[in-house]
Design a protein around this ligand. Structure first.
Ligand code: G3H
Ligand code: 13P
Ligand code: ZN
Length: 315
């Protein structure tokens, strides 16, 4: 059952956060649904611009529609990750997405509000939720690279004004995380005081954390042992997910960790089975491992076990 992020956030606020997981192909899609069903969690599927053009945007839609049929008990939102204005309109027009992110965080404050407001008007007319972003994360997303030292934390007062003027349904805040596998390179940590201050100004309003992969060290070690070169890879402490959720963070974005699962599975497989050249045995291992990973994250996010209650509330 496809629902909006707004509907999911109303159920989760202050109790747990929804995992927002990016997908690119069929194996990830299957593993994602299996992991969420095994842990009985509602969830958010994220589709980036890069994912939409990797095979074809219709291929991704088709896979998600199929998964919805294969797993009829699943409850999830279909969300555009880091959209520009044109891509947001394309997703809104498609009639498939239940949620879009307009990321104009690199624009001036006023321009960010103006662009977000235009997207909100079009999306809300079709019952679609809108996430916006204020402040700048470090790291690389799509084709924009932001040096960590140039990343700007979200200003809580500006956040309150932005929410009121733009009408967005949720706001991604910069609190020290960055995209990718090499976080906190400047030695700085998570700025929970920013989230606390925003929650005080806009109580009940759903916040979003990007760049939240935990980059498990055992995964990095296994990748490096199997020929990888991910020296110094580091992520967010996943034990911080639930404390963040209690402060109004309703959506936690995890993409890089899934890529690490993929890299570890494939590197070890080809190292240990040089005689195999069939993609199905290894694809099956990946789906199982990714499903296990998703279930483990949902436990840490607190979303595990909430599926039945959310379905009953949203039916
Ligand atoms: O924020 C970026 C997400 O991890 C998506 O990555 O643009 O390479 O698909 P991508
Ligand atoms: P990670 O790179 O930490 O997985 O963040 C993903 C993200 O924020 C997608 O929008
Ligand atoms: Zn992001």
């Amino acid at each position: 059952m496809i629902v909006t992020t707004k509907q999911l956030f109303e159920q989760a606020y202050g109790k747990y956060a929804l995992g927002a997981y990016n997908i690119n192909n069929a194996e990830q899609t299957m593993g994602l649904f299996q992991g969420n069903m095994a842990s009985k969690a509602p969830f958010i599927i994220q589709i980036s611009k890069g994912a939409r053009s990797y095979t074809n945007k219709l291929m991704l839609e088709g896979m998600i529609r199929a998964a919805d049929q294969i797993f009829p008990d699943a409850v999830f939102a279909v969300h555009l990750d880091h959209g520009d204005e044109a891509t947001c309109y394309d997703c809104i027009e498609s009639g498939f997405y239940s949620s879009v992110m307009i990321d104009a965080s690199h624009e001036s404050f006023e321009e960010n509000i103006a662009i977000t407001k235009r997207v909100v008007e079009k999306a809300h007319a079709k019952g679609i939720s809108v996430e916006a972003e204020l402040g700048q994360l470090g790291g690389v997303e799509e084709d924009i690279a932001v040096d960590e030292s140039n990343a700007h934390l979200t200003d809580p007062k500006q956040a309150a004004e932005f929410i009121e003027k733009s009408g967005c349904d949720s706001l991604a805040c910069a609190i020290g995380t960055s995209h990718g596998a090499f976080k906190f390179s400047g030695g700085q940590g998570l700025h929970f005081e920013v989230v606390e201050a925003i929650q005080k100004l806009v109580p009940g309003y759903p916040l979003v954390l990007h760049g939240s992969s935990s980059v498990p060290q055992d995964e990095v070690e296994r990748i490096n042992k199997a020929g990888g070169a991910l020296k110094g890879a580091k992520g967010v402490d996943p034990n911080q997910y639930l404390p963040a959720a209690k402060l109004g963070v309703c959506k936690i974005n995890i993409d890089t960790d899934g890529r690490l699962v993929w890299t570890r599975v494939y590197r070890e497989f080809f190292r240990d089975k040089p005689e195999v050249f069939d993609f199905r045995p290894i694809g099956k291992v990946f789906m199982e491992e990714y499903a296990k990973f998703i279930a483990s994250r949902n436990e840490l996010l607190g979303s595990a076990g909430h599926l039945n209650e959310v379905r009953a509330a949203l039916k």
